[in-house]
Ligand binder design. Structure first.
Ligand code: NAP
Length: 231
């Protein structure tokens, strides 16, 4: 299968790319930093012997989404699209820096919206496909210091739920993934004990499992928290 993972150079995206690589699938990866992306792609290909294609792109920019999406379609019919690229900027709505909302919406929502519109028509033509949208617990629960990030993740879940309704009759599955805290670079330097929160592999394991059900079953939501609850 051809599996597209955005924001795949590290963190949750890399863990998802790794678990699908271990199953022998063809991966199509992106992130902004070309050298880190290349390093991840080469590491996975040499470890698992699968095909790992990569293309650096800033998905907060619509024109770069267009180019990345076109590149994906040229490689082959997409089977799974994982909209994972995202960024957390802390802040409070009432005093965060001007422009943060625009940045968070472009990075965490428009990226997925535009890429989905580019990729899904090929899935519809193929009468099969699966879209995973990496949302967050912050999609359903407000956080202090969440600011515009929280707004963007609520919007991402709204996007994902609407997409699920639309694609249901077209045989395309849509799964919203809502993780609580996962230890990635986003948390390094925070002083948090890595064993207090989840591993990126936990999210990847659930995504892989949801991708393997019978054609007539769709996991609509994966909501997963640290055993000790939110921080
Ligand atoms: P991470 O370790 O910082 O990795 C983010 C990935 O996305 C990197 O590959 C990054 O590479 C890429 N990326 C960032 N902005 C991009 C852009 N504009 N265009 C293309 N790629 C971009 O983050 P993570 O913690 O794994 O988070 C992944 C997703 O999970 C995000 O959507 C996040 O909101 C969500 N999430 C995370 C947690 C958590 O606790 N970690 C909890 C809930 C949800 P470049 O910087 O090179 O572009």
């Amino acid at each position: 299968m051809n599996i597209i993972v955005t924001g795949a150079s590290k963190g949750i995206g890399k863990a998802i790319a790794e678990i699908f690589s271990a199953e022998g699938h063809t991966l199509l990866l992106c992130s902004r930093n070309q050298s880190q992306l290349q390093h991840t792609a080469e590491e996975l290909a040499s470890r698992y012997g699968n095909k790992v294609h990569y293309h650096a792109a800033d998905l907060s920019k619509k024109e770069e989404v267009e180019v990345f999406g076109k590149w994906c379609l040229e490689i082959g019919t997409p089977d799974i699209l994982i909209n994972n690229a995202g960024r957390f900027l802390p802040g409070s709505i009432y005093n965060e820096t001007e422009g943060i909302l625009e940045d968070m919406i472009a990075t965490n929502l428009y990226s997925a919206y535009h890429l989905t519109r580019k990729i899904v028509p090929a899935m519809i033509a193929n009468k099969a496909g699966h879209v995973f949208n990496i949302c967050s617990i912050a999609s359903v629960k407000p956080y202090s210091n969440g600011g515009s990030y929280g707004i963007s993740k609520f919007a991402m879940l709204g996007f994902s739920k609407n997409l699920r309704e639309e694609l249901m009759p077209l045989n395309i599955k849509v799964t919203s993934v809502l993780p609580g805290a996962v230890y990635t670079d986003s948390w390094s330097g925070s002083g948090i004990d890595p064993t207090r929160i989840m591993e990126d592999k936990d999210i990847a394991t659930m995504v892989l499992a949801a991708s393997k059900l019978s054609p007539q079953a769709c996991v609509e939501e994966i909501l997963i928290r640290p055993q000790l609850g939110d921080l």
